[in-house]
Design a protein around this ligand. Sequence first.
Ligand SMILES: *Cc1c(COP(=O)(O)O)cnc(C)c1O
Length: 453
Amino acid sequence: MADQHKILLDESEMPTRWYNIVPDLPAPPPPPLHPGTLQPVGPDDLAPLFPMDLILQEVSGERYVDIPDEVQDVYRLWRPSPLYRARRLEQVLGTPARIYYKYEGVSPAGSHKPNTAVPQAYYNAKAGARKLTTETGAGQWGTALALACAMFGLECEVWQVAASYDQKPYRRMMIETFGATVHRSPSPLTAAGRAQLEKDPDHTGSLGIAISEAVEVAAQSEDVKYALGSVLNHVLLHQTIIGEEALLQLAKVGETPDLIVGCTGGGSNFAGLSFPFLREKLAGRIDPVIRAVEPASCPSLTHGVYAYDFGDTAGMTPLMKMHTLGHDFVPDPIHAGGLRYHGMSPLISHVYELGLMEAVAIGQRECFAAGVQFARAEGIVPAPEPTHALAETVREALRAKESGQETVILTALCGHGHLDLPAYEAFLSGRMTDEAVSEERFAAALATLPAVP
Ligand SMILES: *Cc1c(COP(=O)(O)O)cnc(C)c1O
């Protein structure tokens, strides 16, 4: 069909395995270290926080992991997700490039996050957990985990970054509708939260602080576990269903991508889309450029250092080797809240160090301009996070127009922006700024990196 917009898969075509890229990489990623002994952490070190099934996935060397039937059953509420050809955007841009976007906004939470929330809740319930704790930045992860906990009969407690808690009441209401409890972070409920409130009673919070609070509470009870919505290997693993579907969908229309673009906060939607394509690239079957896009105000890949650092602010997590701005770095409360993490997934960081992918940083006004252009052409209001990928997609489509090249671009539209409309209002009214982060602020945060020989 020449003018086809959507490329769909039947439920029976949904992939039944997740893909683990680790065994296909030319070198293994550096292990997480125990902050006290500086020795690699073993499964037992992680057991207070995670169920053993997830710990084994975290360290797995197996290329594929079967998706449990119970998880597939929930996935089928919205999966397979559609792949779109952005014909109308191509027309507006006057580009010979062919632009495809994989749309994860069809999930109940409105983003890719349920792809990992559902298996995480499943494995925790199977292991006998009573409650899960977590943090949420923009609110997408809290919504996804609250939903997944409701599906598997678990309680759920969410620490929401204060800036987002205040700006996004609808996210909190949605989380509560799914049955979870929400706290404004930093909160007086934990030692980590109280320490921050003592420093600054009006603290706007950060993901690092909210993680410290959720981890602290989970570590205190045997039947309370912690769930993370990004960054870790098992999260990236669960997200690979996005790329596995996209491979099947592009094959249906006989296309291979020249460029794959995604936004990166902790790296999970980007890895989810790109790792199955990277497998094909490493096998010599295709040769796409794979490019991450991060906000100029929190540029861990393009401006951070590759070093061992804590995943949280209070320094309670294992040390992970990753691109980091320093665990003390508190980004400005930008609108793409899901991209405000001080570090990057260790696995993405490793893939970046191996030279298998590229990264760029873009300011938020250019991103929202692309988001608005996309909405007016394609009819979907994107979440603020994927507008970063769209901005790079637009840049590339205009380069293709210059050169006349029929580049095939694949991007992840990892969520819709229906609960992010105040951000669009800030952009449309001209109130949105591109805050430049001073080199002094970057340097001050990096000075807090732990010393690891
Ligand atoms: C959470 C979130 C992100 C950032 O997380 P990644 O792990 O980098 O994918 C990006 N987009 C949306 C819509 C999100 O909800």
